[in-house]
Design a protein around this ligand. Structure first.
Ligand SMILES: O=C(NC1CCCCC1)[C@H](C1CCCCC1)n1c(-c2ccc(-c3nnn[nH]3)cc2)nc2ccccc21
Length: 233
């Protein structure tokens, strides 16, 4: 039986990542807004672009706290942010959806999202992903590390020094692996299941451009930051 233990430096690394992850949260809570009232498709699209814009800003701040990220080539830092922004948004959305809420509220939230203006064909894969995240019952450490591992994906477009990214990602993968073994000794496959979600996440993100253009809204307006990061308009 493998004796797994977290080293002192891994504990420090964990604390830095989790502190940064919980500090850099979206200022206002979109779930609360959605539960308060029903919005039109146009209002929902505007809400989405506002939330996504502030989430990108939060993502940039978060990556600055990932040990080693700022020592990467500057252009590679941009390539990693650009390459992971959509995945990070869906991952954060899934985490918002999987939050414990008073009974019946998750169903209301689900209904509001289904009716928000997203075109039908994307609702299914999106909720399949959200439900697969809900079923993992991830703790905060796992959520923070999974987002970090997503950002540090070496084979994003235009990344020059992939080895440098791989080295940092491997540190995070090893830490997550140990956490999973310690957290779920009775579920040896749990770490593999977590990483499997990243594959689902990448597939969902392939639909993203189509999802955006097929929103039932008259005016697909984006902020300059989203035009940059989402390759739209
Ligand atoms: O605001 C949101 N997500 C933010 C969460 C925090 C990080 C930044 C994004 C949207 C809501 C916008 C208003 C209408 C309802 C959905 N959202 C989504 C969602 C829906 C469609 C697309 C999309 N992308 N391209 N086309 N549609 C993206 C995300 N899933 C959610 C699950 C739980 C809570 C909110 C959720």
């Amino acid at each position: 039986k493998e004796k797994v233990e977290i080293t002192k430096e891994q504990r420090t690394l964990m604390k830095v990542i989790v502190d940064a992850y919980s500090t850099h949260q979206i200022p206002q809570d979109v779930a609360k807004k959605l539960l308060q009232e029903q919005y039109s498709a146009d209002e929902n699209f505007l809400l989405l672009t506002e939330m996504a814009t502030s989430q990108v800003q939060v993502l940039v701040e978060f990556t600055k706290n990932i040990p080693g990220f700022l020592s990467l080539d500057r252009e590679d830092q941009i390539a990693l942010l650009k390459g992971s922004a959509v995945e990070a948004m869906f991952l954060r959305s899934a985490q918002v959806f999987s939050r414990k809420m008073p009974s019946g509220q998750t169903e209301v939230l689900e209904e509001r999202i289904r009716k928000s203006g997203i075109s039908e064909e994307f609702i299914i894969p999106m909720f399949n992903f959200y439900k697969s995240i809900v079923s993992l019952h991830m703790v905060q450490e796992e959520q923070a590390l999974l987002t970090t591992i997503t950002i540090l994906t070496p084979d994003r477009p235009y990344v020059k020094d992939q080895q440098a990214v791989e080295r940092i990602q491997e540190t995070m993968l090893e830490l997550l692996r140990k956490l999973c073994v310690l957290q779920r000794p009775q579920e040896p496959q749990y770490f593999a299941r977590l990483l499997g979600r990243l594959t689902e996440l990448r597939t969902l993100s392939h639909y993203h451009a189509e999802m955006l253009t097929s929103w039932r809204t008259n005016d697909h307006k984006f902020t300059p930051l989203l035009c940059e990061i989402w390759d739209v308009q």
